[in-house]
Design a protein around this ligand. Sequence first.
Ligand code: GLN
Length: 567
Amino acid sequence: MNPVQNNVFYCLRLGNKPSDNKAFLANPTDIMTKYIFVTGGVTSSLGKGIISASLAKLLQSRGYRVTIQKFDPYINIDPGTLNPYEHGECYVTEDGAETDLDLGHYERFLNVPTSKANNITTGRIYQNVINKEREGAYLGKTVQVVPHITDEIKRNMKILGETGDYDIIITELGGTVGDIESLPFIEAVRQLRWELGSGNSLVIHLTLVPYLAAAGELKTKPTQHSVKMLLEYGIQPDILVCRTEHHLPQELRKKIALFCNVNINAVIESIDASTIYDVPLLMLKEQLDKTVLSKLKLPNKNEPDLENWKDFLGRLKNPTAEINIGLVGKYVELPDAYKSITEAFIHAGAKNECKVKVKCIHSENISAENVAEKLKGLDGVLVAPGFGSRGIEGKIEAIKYVREQQMPFFGICLGMQCAVIEFARNVLGLKEAHSIEMNEDTKDPVISMMEEQKKIKNKGGTMRLGSYTCDLKKGSKAAAIYGKSRITERHRHRYEFNNSYLEQFEKAGMIASGINPENNLVEIVELKDHPFFIGGQFHPELKSTVDNPHPLFVNFVAAALSYSKKK
Ligand code: GLN
């Protein structure tokens, strides 16, 4: 879309006639996509992803079309091959990219899907540059970090902006300012800001204002140093978002503003919140959105429409009941490993006005002898996704128990595969049934490798990834829960239900209620005579958002709630 079209569209979208915005139209530089860069200082884990998502939410609530992209300075092409202990959950997009878990926050807050273009790593940048070098595209030049790597970073930073689909692109830079590996990204931001011209981009620096208990004081020095470092790289931040445990007094804001060269209203307090879903409202109170719009020379006349968000928060904070769900997995020491699942429970809990307490249970610690005790007091069990054989028998024991006890069960990906194995062993009597992922020579491979996977050698980016269609069986629980007969869900796996066993399963009461219409892969299994026993080969947690809690999670929570009432 050319700039003029973009402007007309932009005005229409805001409900204005172009003539209402004469001043806006008059300045041609104001009609292009605007860019916001979010950097982090002092320490990692300050929550750049949440701040970016919260700002995006506020801008979206004022009628702007916003997306967020993340640039990660590590050399992996994507986080798909990273161990969850290293990197937390791997988030999968509709188009099948394996990405950073922050993209999950972006989608949960904005309710707009992201894509492969929303997450770029150093590895991807270098791979593109090296491929071009091999093609001879650099015409005999020496290929260098500046300009070739920085040019490739800038090209990637602009891809989403060039689609014409967005008014504002927020770019989150992973890592902390000062890290050696993030330097080319910072330099690319410096250059891009210059190219975009004034008023078309801004830099938000997220920093920490620590409280020293012994001195009884909040300290600004780390922020000053971190801004100084950004200045050394040629970047003057426009806005400082200060993470803090205590409110920032006016005097302290003034001091930060003076020493870091920003307006006082550009010193934004980001106080610790009881839930990440409070952060957009905290940022609204601090007028972060207004400051951003004025610096980007964009009109802010639409008041933010956050009714749905506030309604969600109201229900989240005033539950009328409480349930306990066991999350059985093997990465339970690290809460980020199952981030989307725990967030989906928050959405589903709010929908049911019910507090969902998620108790993580290490599957390696579950055995036939202790399973009753391990699952005591729970109202439902979710068996998590995963890879490899560690902890698999504990998952199977947990499933046997909840199947027999008629306790609500929800299996995701490997969790669904374990439910199939358990049913084969304990109901069909196929004692050695297994997935060939765990035992290649099993006599009864009820979970086998997908045909298309058999030839694959490389591990990275080669699973069955992204969105696939699934048809739901009439009269099944799945069809009732979704309220439709055709759905799409996101996948990330290599193994599948072995259809040669399907008849046996269905005769014994485990039915395939979701089937891929193109290749007949079983996507959902459920038990006929059980209040809630559902396993999905896909990852429903990746599509649960504040605005659209996932129906499988909503109904699982409802089932656990009625189980708890009957108890
Ligand atoms: N390891 C299993 C597979 O590859 C399940 C994957 C998952 O749980 N995401 O099929």
